[in-house]
Design a binder for this molecule. Structure first.
Ligand code: MG
Length: 294
């Protein structure tokens, strides 16, 4: 599960921070006091995490890919029960963990994060999402969710990004806190949008050093927006945890203010984020690419 030192919005929400009670920093539309984002070779980019100055991807046309579930895929949600999912932990003062409601065949983000009952490593996920009509985003607020792998560590951002502007590494289809999408094919609120995500799970050796970093290939409304992008670490709020290496362990200066990620199993649940907003989901299916390797 998540490291206790990790500070993400997901963590905050899991701890019971609901809409209206998020810390003020979460409402800010970018930061210039965060660690520099690192290139894959460990050198710093000119941009800081959630840097409002980082260039915004070009707007392009996108088209919902309402792809039927292939025979080899497992249903994660088909408009009926959300029985493939379980609620994540929730601060007791907000009530017991509660499954998201299904309304008119649509799964509506509510209460706290949700995660699959089964665990997945390398996989392909299809998911369709919609910001309710007449709902607008204000930076990170108002229309935010996420599709997260590795039990919440690696987030493909879900956000109203048709007209709403936020920091580039936090807009729709960004690998949150690291890599903006190559272009922006976001559709307006009220319209269904699709992600086809291929996730490659990281692998670690027994000492906790990284053998392979995680990767995301993301097709957003039919457009490739993350091209088998390797990750530098997890997707923490205001900074990332880097995939650990011997060199990073032995030379803290080379981390440029980032923490080190702890090793974790390749197979972990997929999560959907509740960020205080009633983002809607439908037609979710997954192909387990390691089914035969278990
Ligand atoms: Mg999010």
């Amino acid at each position: 599960m998540m490291s206790p030192t990790k500070f993400t919005l997901t963590t905050l929400l899991s701890l019971g921070a609901c809409a209206g009670t998020l810390p003020q920093a979460a409402a800010a539309d970018g930061f210039t006091d965060t660690p520099f984002v690192l290139n894959l070779d460990g050198t710093p980019m000119q941009w800081r995490t959630h840097d409002p100055r980082r260039p915004k991807p070009k707007k392009v046309e996108g088209t919902l890919q309402n792809t039927p579930r292939p025979a080899e895929a497992e249903v994660l949600f088909d408009g009926r029960k959300a029985s493939a999912w379980a609620p994540c932990a929730r601060n007791k003062k907000y009530g017991p963990p509660t499954l998201w409601p299904v309304k008119d065949g649509v799964l509506v983000a509510s209460y706290q994060d949700l995660q699959t009952k089964k665990s997945y490593g390398d996989c392909k996920l299809h998911i369709e999402w919609r910001v309710p009509k007449n709902r607008s985003g204000q930076g990170q607020r108002g229309a935010n969710s996420g599709v997260m792998f590795g039990a919440g560590r690696y987030e493909v951002q879900v956000l109203e990004s048709h007209t709403n502007v936020t920091y580039a590494d936090g807009q729709a289809a960004a690998i949150y806190g690291f890599m903006p999408p190559l272009v922006n094919p976001a559709l307006p609120p009220g319209e269904w949008q699709s992600y086809d995500i291929t996730y490659t799970a990281p692998r670690f050796d027994e000492d906790g050093n990284t053998l392979k970093r995680a990767r995301f290939h993301v097709v957003f409304n039919g457009v490739v927006v993350q091209n088998d992008q390797e990750l530098i670490g997890d997707g923490s709020y205001r900074g990332s945890s880097l995939f650990p290496t011997k060199q990073l362990r032995e030379n803290p200066k080379s981390r440029y203010g980032h923490r080190l990620l702890e090793k974790h199993p390749a197979r972990l649940p997929i999560r959907l984020q509740f960020h205080g907003d009633p983002i809607e989901f439908r037609n979710i299916w997954v192909i387990d690419l390691e089914k035969d390797a278990k």
